[in-house]
Design a protein around this ligand. Sequence first.
Ligand code: SF4
Length: 457
Amino acid sequence: LPVLKVVENLGVSYVRSADTYKNKLEQELRKLKFPYKALAEDDYDARRKDHISHFILRLAYCQSEELRRWFLQQEMDLFRYRFNELTDNLRQKFLDHVNLQFEAISEDLKNEWANDLCASTPGLSMIKVKEQMFYKVGLADAVELFRARRVFIKDGFAYVPLKDIDAIVLNNYRTKLSKALALTARSLPSIQSDERLQPLLNHLSHSYVGPDYSVQKNTGKISLEQIDALAVKSFPLCMRQLHKALRENHHLRHGGRMQYGLFLKGIGLTLEQALEFWKKEFIRGKVDADKFDKGYAYSIRHSYGKEGKRTDYTPYSCMKIIMSNPPSQGDYHGCPFRHCDPELLKQKLQLYKVPLSGINQILELVKGMHYQLACQKYFEFTHDIEDIGFSLNHPNQYFAESQRFLSGGREVKKEPTHLGNSQQKSTGQESSNSTSTSSNTATDAELEGLEEYFAED
Ligand code: SF4
């Protein structure tokens, strides 16, 4: 999964055919120890692991149209990179292996047609034509090349150079994978009846493997008076929206209280501060002090592990916010990049002084369903930096990075250092948390108990 997240991140930041993209992807795959050259190296164990993880992700990502589309796109990009990295021999071996038996034309025929092949295939000189193998391919398999007028056609066949065969192989892979995902989705009901598998698959599509932000070095270092200013300077849009709604309405429904309350805990609010913060705001609205103490204080103490099962609850990750419990009318929780109408999102961004060019870039990313990348762009524009230098996975990470940047504690890195898993690399605070990393699977189960306590509106 971290590999696919890296692929997504680089895919929207760079042109996929550019050398920079390839170099960066290679660096990231090396860092993640992904066996992208396993086929070349004939490393059975690495290939086995790769296959197993692919099929597990297939199961997890076949569950909705949105998940399928995301998975398909990242797998295609990864496949394109890996295929292009193969030597000619290995490509041929691969084609035979997957039964794509395109017939190579003879040297004599190639020499006879050399002028036509050279004229019809952009980017090929006469010397390259002599060097390359050309394959006779049915038109149905070469639609893309045919449509872009990039291939020599004769008697109902396309004659494709080895360098372009990837477009055909990719097309074939897309069709197969997309059918396989649809088929897997159909078999979901039988998988859902297996109680060992279902929780794992549910959580995998929005799993998070960074620090859980439950233990904070700065607990108690933030005063309640600072929160308004911090909301403007360092809160991600989801939390800024919740804070604004709370200040305006003196109330948040339970989804908002869960999301915002745990975030505040993560940035360092003590239990006493949290009780004071929520109470002060709620009693300015329709809730009196007595009702607050009886109805709401318990749930706040509960979230700090002081009641019930005494679990120390962790703030929500972006994936959890994006993928579960969408807001309905009157709710302010969720991720604005995922859950807001684009027009409304545009107005919010204008209100927060994001320049028009930035708004357009953000909306483009939202359209492509790259919500966390849209949020990274928001960070860049609100902090006036060129490259965020980390991969965003958690609202509390956003806050920590913002604070570090604003206090001059970090040099803005121009190059991403560990895309897709950057929480484990950055601050001292974060590294101290890395031992308590969580996939949220266990905590999600625990949170179900907590949500009951928060259920009162
Ligand atoms: Fe919040 Fe994450 Fe959405 Fe940003 S991407 S607004 S931090 S949920």
